[in-house]
Design a protein around this ligand. Structure first.
Ligand code: AMP
Length: 418
């Protein structure tokens, strides 16, 4: 089916065409008509399904049909990168409609965002922490909001955003349209939707927690110490063209990126200890093809859209099958094909079996021919646990002596506000 039966405003059809979309994806076919009627929606759509346009197009249609100068749509997302990406989508889809959009996110200056509030942009895409920072000032009024979208709703709960979301909601008009988009539909989302949505249309496109079917999954059994060398080898041999490699911790992400650089493989890195400028540069450099590898923690696992990403490597096996689904959803976007590799050390085998049960298939076990699985590792990505604990203890003791104990503690809300 083409887009025309959806009766979107002609200026939007031009934007859709310019992006090269020829027909709506299943989530768009199901969500756009009720959203255009003003209904609340509880949608469960897999990553890469085209869900951004599924909520952006009805919003743009509404704004184009009845222009007014106020912030009329608010889209809340858990991460800054996702917010920036949605902002870009709104700008692209709405390029022929006179719609203004701004991202209100942490890690960058408040001033341009304040100006956006004062100007009254039509669509605001925000992360909750920064939005609340602005809402302390009188210029940040959201009384004209007609549509609220909670994107990656399950993740927002995961990251402990619920109190912030409630505070924001309390400042929005009660009469509004609310759309929940969530890759998975855990019970807390369902019960929240009962509280926050009015007679919602429930839409499910895929069974929850299933990765896109066009993804090929493969497990590479390898000792923990040889994972970095295996990744280098796969890139060198051209088996992997462009890859996001997910590590368990920020520290491991740094060490892996350093290792890759020392071995002639250029890599960007994106995790919670990097400044927003560094994160933006890493993501845009990777998207522009400046380096073949982006090393990331799970912060990048949600929503980030990279054209023609050939592979996702689970350098460390994720803790939960849901994280796996989100990580591998970075490839095979919008029905393209993609490969997901998992590097599995013997200690991680049990987690892989959990993932296999969740995705309903057994992963193929692959050995890279000619790779020396018996060689001695040149270096370790991290010191053994015992050594790390001892180091933390001695740092804590030193801090106590200096009366600086508080410097070791995470501070308030910022713990999860990446
Ligand atoms: P999303 O799930 O919103 O992150 O979208 C995943 C990818 O699908 C993005 O690269 C979109 O540009 C692309 N996309 C969205 N809708 C369509 C469509 N109707 N046809 C082709 N690609 C699309």
């Amino acid at each position: 089916m083409p887009f025309s039966p959806l009766c979107l405003h002609p200026t939007l059809l031009r934007g859709i065409q310019a992006l090269g979309y020829t027909r709506p994806t299943p989530i768009q076919t199901k969500a756009i008509p009720p959203a255009m009627e003003g209904r609340d929606i509880l949608a469960s759509a897999m990553t890469g399904s085209g869900k951004t346009a599924a909520f952006v197009l009805p919003i743009l249609h509404r704004l184009t049909e009845r222009p007014r100068s106020a912030t009329r749509a608010l889209i809340l997302t858990p991460t800054r990168e996702l917010a920036a990406q949605i902002e870009e989508n709104v700008a692209l889809l709405g390029r022929h409609a006179r719609v203004s959009v701004a991202a209100v996110i942490g890690g960058v200056g408040m001033r341009p965002q304040e100006q956006a509030f004062r100007r009254g942009v039509s669509v605001m895409v925000a992360t909750p922490g920064r939005l609340l920072d602005h809402m302390r000032s009188s210029y940040a009024t959201l009384s004209g909001v007609e549509v609220l979208v909670l994107d990656e709703a399950d993740r927002m709960l995961d990251m402990g955003f619920l109190p912030d979301v409630r505070r924001i909601l309390s400042r929005l008009p009660a009469r509004r349209q609310t759309l929940f988009f969530s890759a998975t539909m855990p019970p807390p989302i369902v019960s929240l939707s009962r509280e926050m949505l009015r007679d919602p249309v429930a839409i499910a496109v895929d069974p929850p927690a299933a990765p896109p079917s066009a993804i090929t999954h493969a497990a590479y059994p390898v000792s923990a110490e040889l994972k970095s060398a295996l990744l280098v080898e796969l890139v060198r041999r051209g088996e992997i063209r462009s890859v996001i490699a997910f590590t368990r911790t920020k520290h491991r992400a740094n060490r892996l990126a350093d290792y890759l650089a020392r071995n002639g493989v250029a890599a960007g890195r994106i995790h919670g200890n990097r400044s927003q400028t560094q994160r933006t540069q890493a993501l845009s450099g990777f998207k522009a093809g400046k380096f073949p590898v982006l090393v990331a923690t799970d912060i990048a696992a949600r929503g980030i859209d990279v054209d023609a990403l050939s592979h996702v490597v689970n350098f460390d096996v994720p803790k939960s099958p849901e994280d796996y689904v989100h990580r591998v959803g970075r490839t095979a976007r919008a029905e393209a094909k993609g490969d997901a590799f998992v590097f599995v050390s013997p200690e991680e085998e049990a987690n892989v079996r959990g993932i296999e049960r969740a995705i309903g298939k057994k992963m193929m076990r692959v050995m890279l021919p000619g790779f020396d699985y018996m060689r001695r590792p040149a270096e370790k990505l991290e010191a053994p646990l015992g050594q790390r604990l001892a180091k933390m203890r001695s740092r804590r003791a030193a801090a106590t002596i200096e009366g600086r104990r508080d410097t070791l503690r995470p501070r308030g809300r910022r713990v999860y506000a990446f």
